[in-house]
Design a protein. Structure first.
Length: 145
């Protein structure tokens, strides 16, 4: 995989979104950020190990496991933004499955769809965190006696 300025900016954007969720989010946002960060880290580590020999099955398996973990979080927290993230990871799983089954090399279409999907995931994470943060800030503080 070639590293471009766009991919570096995208990774930094995802890391900033995860950091924001860990900092200001509730339990659902922190768990979702953990799954998204684990996906990013695992894909990076596996890409470093199998950079030349990877056939796409690795990305397919990691995205499938991520979508499954997000499904568990959606069922646990019933959060709208988590549902959006889960559907976006399902889309990414479908993208990887299409390229794996048809044995197509990654091309510009793959890059565009993958990057747009990653941006969508980050937007959902940040929006969900902002809503949870505002909701907590609007709650009245109970007097202590």
């Amino acid at each position: 995989m070639t590293i471009t300025i766009v991919s570096v900016v995208l990774v930094l954007l995802v890391l900033a979104g995860c950091f924001f969720a860990f900092w200001k989010g509730g339990p659902a946002e922190r768990a979702g950020a953990g799954v998204i960060f684990a996906n990013l880290a695992l894909l990076w580590i596996l890409d470093q190990i199998w950079a030349k020999t990877s056939s796409g099955a690795v990305g397919l398996a990691v995205d499938g496991l991520t979508a499954l973990a997000l499904l568990v979080l959606v069922l646990r927290y019933a959060s709208l933004w988590l549902g959006g993230v889960m559907l976006l990871f399902a889309l990414e799983f479908g993208l990887h499955a299409f390229y794996f089954v048809t044995e197509r090399p990654f091309d510009l279409l793959h890059v565009i769809v993958n990057n747009a999907d990653t941006i969508g995931v980050t937007i959902c994470l940040v929006a969900g965190t902002a809503v949870a943060w505002r909701r907590r800030a609007a709650e009245p503080i109970a007097p202590t006696e």
